[in-house]
Ligand binder design. Structure first.
Ligand code: PLP
Length: 347
């Protein structure tokens, strides 16, 4: 545990606990790129089951899951429909264009959650001159949507509409377990009618490395081709995937504690004059818009808080993002409140 840490920059900031580290002493491992790591194979089977899909592959990062899925689903020149604020658009260095030659058609959706009608509207009917619309990408939960959960009927309507139009659907499920724990709806229900989906082990689950991408057997066979091409094939990954198995057994139900702390932060910030709006909190992400008369912008407030040993993320000039996680306890939340009060008193 990262003790004394008031680090709300991201849920990626956790350190592996002693119990997690001890769980991999003596773990069974082998060369994963030859399918010879029993622990990695076990993890892939468990995640494929969670998603209700046939097969899965272990990868070093969530970004690589997205980029490989895009590479499998599209051909150069194809178009992807997604939210403007999706991770594949704002945080993967334009990889979809560089690695797959794909382009995007983005939706300005409230909290990142678009509707089936948006897909129908942006879909291009085949013609001799237009790009081929090929893929729809959902993000459960929506990171820059403030951890918003896609309602089940909405995400299913999106994937059904896409399927009816002959499109593939991929889920960036970095935090799909947060959604599942918050609602009690299964990961497989959220992923139904998706052709591929992945979940992260380095966020709420508290592992140092790893994500698992799931899909049909054919999809995963193709995914392996790009895993090797992109340099994501590894060797004795049991020491990593053993920690992921530990996290599946010990760190899933407790995500509700992170959600409760994020709610506390939402309530506190809603009464704070520094902010004009706090997005409704569904899970572990709090996104707050700085008010016009706060006297400082988001990067300035971030820097002020950092001097008080409280870390947050500035999203552009107007928004502050805070994420709760395994290593942010109630004392850390209290420290965030104290630092915010000091910032407010200077207003
Ligand atoms: C929604 C979402 N997708 C993808 C990623 C990328 O995951 P990674 O950091 O493992 O590449 C992140 C990381 O924060 C994320 O929040």
């Amino acid at each position: 545990m990262n003790t004394g840490c008031a680090d709300f920059y991201s849920d990626t900031q956790t350190l592996p606990s002693r119990a997690m580290l001890e769980s991999v002493v003596g773990v069974r491992t082998g060369d994963e790129r030859h399918g010879a790591c029993p622990t990695t194979n076990e993890l892939c089977e468990r995640v494929a089951d969670l998603f209700g899909m046939e097969d899965a592959v272990f990868l070093p990062s969530g970004s690589m899951c997205n980029q490989i899925a895009i590479a499998v689903h599209t051909r150069p020149g194809d178009e992807i429909i997604c939210s403007r604020e999706s991770h594949i658009v704002f945080a993967e260095c334009g990889g979809l264009a560089k690695l797959s030659g794909a382009m995007v058609s983005v939706i300005d959706a409230d909290r990142g959650l678009f509707a089936a009608d948006d897909v129908s509207r942006l879909y291009r009917r085949p013609s001799s001159f237009s790009p081929r619309t090929r893929l729809v990408v959902t993000e459960q939960t929506s990171n820059l949507g403030g951890g918003a959960i896609w309602p089940l009927d909405q995400i299913q309507a999106v994937s059904r509409t896409a399927a009816n139009l002959g499109l593939s659907v991929h889920m960036d499920g970095a935090r799909v377990l947060n959604a599942a724990v918050a609602t009690g709806i299964s990961v497989s229900d959220y992923a139904s009618m998706h052709d591929s989906a992945w979940l992260a082990f380095t966020k709420g689950l508290g592992c140092p490395v790893g994500a698992v991408l799931a899909g049909s057997r054919d999809f995963i066979r193709e995914a392996w081709h790009f895993k090797r091409m992109f340099g994501g094939a590894m060797r004795q990954t049991g020491v990593l995937t053993g920690m992921c198995l530990y996290a599946l057994d010990h760190h899933v139900e407790r995500l509700s504690e992170d959600h409760a702390r994020a709610k506390r932060i939402e309530t506190f910030l809603s009464g704070c004059e520094l902010f004009s709006r706090v997005l409704p909190v569904d899970t572990n992400i709090v996104l707050a818009e700085i008010s016009a008369d706060a006297g400082l912008n988001a990067p300035e407030l971030r820097d002020f808080l950092a001097k008080k040993n409280v870390q947050v993320m500035a999203v552009g000039r107007d928004r502050l993002r805070m994420i709760t996680h395994l290593d942010s306890d109630d004392m850390a939340v209290d420290r965030l409140f104290e630092a915010m009060e000091t910032a407010e008193s200077l207003k």
